[in-house]
Design a protein around this ligand. Structure first.
Ligand code: CA
Length: 434
């Protein structure tokens, strides 16, 4: 897959360019401990290489080495403490580099790959030390171009090219997303079976995330949200420290990561297995919008269409629930819906849970859906405690229903429809688990 990705990237580079990518620096947890290492998504997309302190050079016009890796060399002592390293030899054999060097040789060797380049592709901000080095080389390149007519005179950010490529998933990416979403489904179903009043939110979080790991996921693709009762009206609630009470709805937003690709699903279900009348009313409106919006997704439709549709449908819902009063058209114009629905309908999904966001064309218009895109659709209604001027029965109710949608040639495929969402199905799954 990575070879195919590099090929696609090179095709977009044009002549005279050399691209340099730095691996992400490790993130510190505290003084001598680091977070589990996570490669930069673009770096990973092009190389598949997952260790820190690595550099990737793509030099399409170099006579011998079009793809070069600089990596940490094997080191017995360091490996005893911090685990095995791929090393220089396997960087070539296993990762397909035409040439590999120890990372220490970067300064010495990079000149050879840059000598005939006119354009340097590098994303500033990817690594502070490398930024400094690249800017220095760029400045020298510009001077030498002025003096001798040869040298780098343009610094180009490769991210837009990569975002464009990552927007359409290839077969291997889709296989991984398929697995990530299957495991995500398993986590949600386990949670719905296990939920009951008296559990703590973190216990459900632990069950969901252990189900992910038990099924082979790398872990959660983002911090799991388990929001019971009024907590559901806080969009990114992650403290998960409250006791789930009888009569509460539980909003669970969680996704597994498999092969670095993310799933992302939200379900909202009654802890005791029965929606109250008020919960049911709000839920059914969100569910109707969810179905209608997904039905409209197919190649050629504007990527913005689901959002516009969600505003219309949810504003109508707010009117019929009595959350808003007035004319839909005026309320939409004044963005009154934002009090109860305050974000965009969904996001692209891939190596990042909020994946590449290059959804507009150069002229600012939205692109259209194409086969191979994966987007979340997640309408919701949130009535925070203390909201004035709304029927009191709705206070503290937050509902979101989110699925992962693959755009196909003929329309779309819901990758996460395995988690029940019709009211009867949700109730019987929650009750059946007891
Ligand atoms: Ca989500």
């Amino acid at each position: 897959m990575h070879k195919q990705n590099r090929k696609a990237f090179i095709e977009k580079m044009g002549r005279g360019g050399v691209a340099i990518f730095a691996s992400a620096p490790p993130a510190r947890w505290n003084h001598d401990t680091e977070y589990i290492y996570r490669p930069d998504p673009n770096f990973y997309y092009l190389t598949g290489f997952e260790e820190p302190e690595a550099m990737c050079v793509i030099a399409p016009e170099h006579p011998k080495h079009q793809y070069v890796l600089f990596v940490r060399p094997k080191n017995k002592q360091a490996e005893i403490w911090n685990g095995k390293r791929v090393g220089v030899k396997a960087a070539r054999k296993r990762y397909g580099a035409d040439k590999a060097y120890p990372i220490e040789k970067f300064d010495e060797k990079i000149g050879e790959y840059l000598q005939d380049a006119e354009r340097l592709y590098y994303t500033l901000g990817s690594n502070e030390d490398v930024d400094t080095e690249m800017l220095a080389r760029f400045t020298r390149g510009v001077k030498s171009k002025v003096r001798g007519g040869k040298g780098i005179d343009t610094l180009v950010d490769p991210s837009p090219i990569l975002s464009e490529l990552r927007l359409i998933k290839n077969e291997t990416e889709l296989e991984r997303i398929q697995l990530a979403t299957e495991i995500t489904v398993a986590g949600h179903v386990a949670a719905m079976k296990a939920v009951r009043p008296g559990l703590y939110e973190y216990q459900l979080e632990s069950l969901v995330e252990s189900t992910f790991r038990m099924n082979g996921a790398g872990g959660a693709a983002f911090p799991t949200i388990v929001a019971s009762g009024g907590n559901a009206t806080t969009l990114h609630y992650t403290t998960n420290d409250c006791e789930i009470e009888d009569g509460n709805l539980v909003l669970l937003d969680a996704g597994a990561e498999y092969g670095r690709y993310a799933g992302d699903v939200t379900r909202t279900f009654p802890a005791n297995g029965t929606f109250t009348e008020a919960q049911r009313e709000i839920y059914q409106h969100v569910l109707d919008a969810h179905h209608a919006i997904i039905d409209g997704i197919r190649p050629g439709v504007s990527i913005d269409a689901p959002h516009q549709q969600s505003i219309e449908l949810l504003t109508e819902a707010m009117l019929s629930l009595g959350l808003l009063k007035g004319k839909a058209e005026k309320l939409i114009e004044k963005e009154k819906y934002r009090q109860f629905y305050m974000y965009r309908i969904g996001h692209m999904l891939g190596l990042d849970v909020h994946d590449v966001n290059c959804v507009r064309k150069a002229n600012g218009d939205y692109k259209t859906f194409q086969p191979g895109m994966v987007i979340t659709i997640e309408p919701g209604l949130y009535v925070a405690e203390g909201t004035k001027g709304v029927p009191s029965k709705y206070l503290g109710i937050g509902v979101r229903i989110e699925d992962d949608i693959l755009v196909t040639e003929s329309g779309n495929k819901n990758l996460t429809s395995g988690v029940p969402k019709e009211i009867d199905d949700v109730e019987s799954l929650v009750r059946g688990g007891k």
